[in-house]
Design a protein. Structure first.
Length: 213
């Protein structure tokens, strides 16, 4: 299967994509992870992307699409894949469409802006090993300290309240229209956010008609 996950930043796209990918045995391709790795390594594309990511703006289409098309050409994508974080704009979706990339389903995770804000502003990340915690739902055992490596936890720049609000505004203006784009193609599958990750995943598998996987 070829799938994409849609939803506001912090809606749980990455978590659900990883769970579904593992169950289906297909790779999950997260543009966010690819970009963050490039930023950490200070590659040319990483440095270019960083200036946009730090201010909550979308990374330009040419940077995103170059990375994605290169990844989709790898052998492990021949049997299917899940895209997480792309397309983010109608222009990106049209580009993929023109390249002959068709999706079996576009899963849209539905969640309010208020819950997104609470989720993201409470996140804390480890700059050393990449582990992520949440001050309310998944706090570290020792305050402000990574359980895995002992490094001091930090709040990512794009998880601050001001940047979260800006990212939500960008999402509603630039990315949310994708729901209509994929609904017109008959592949949009809305999934209401549920309280637990497992419950939401069960709903995702149900709309994909894969309850028994």
């Amino acid at each position: 299967m070829k799938l994409i996950f849609l939803g506001a930043p912090g809606a749980g796209k990455g978590t659900q994509a990883a769970l579904v990918g593992k169950k289906l045995g297909i790779p999950t391709i997260s543009t966010g992870e690819i970009l963050r790795a490039a930023v950490k390594a200070e590659t040319p594309v990483g440095l270019k992307a960083k200036s946009f990511m730090d201010t909550g703006k979308l990374v330009p289409d040419d940077v995103i699409l170059d990375i994605v098309m290169e990844r989709l050409a790898q052998p492990d994508c021949r049997s299917g894949y899940i895209l997480d974080g792309v397309p983010r704009t109608i222009a990106q979706a049209e580009y993929l469409d023109q390249e002959g990339i068709r999706f079996d389903a576009a899963i849209s995770l539905e969640i309010s802006d208020e819950e997104i804000t609470a989720r993201m502003t409470g996140r804390r990340s480890c700059p050393q090993c990449g582990a992520v915690f949440h001050l309310i739902s998944d706090p570290p055992k020792t305050e402000c300290t990574c359980d895995k490596c002992g490094e001091m936890l930090v709040q990512r720049t794009d998880d601050s309240a001001e940047i979260v609000q800006r990212r939500l505004e960008v999402y509603h203006a630039e990315t949310e229209p994708l729901k209509a784009f994929y609904k017109a193609r008959g592949v949009l599958k809305p999934v209401e956010n549920l309280e637990g990750i497992a419950e939401t995943n069960a709903r995702v598998m149900k709309v994909l008609e894969l309850e028994c996987v």
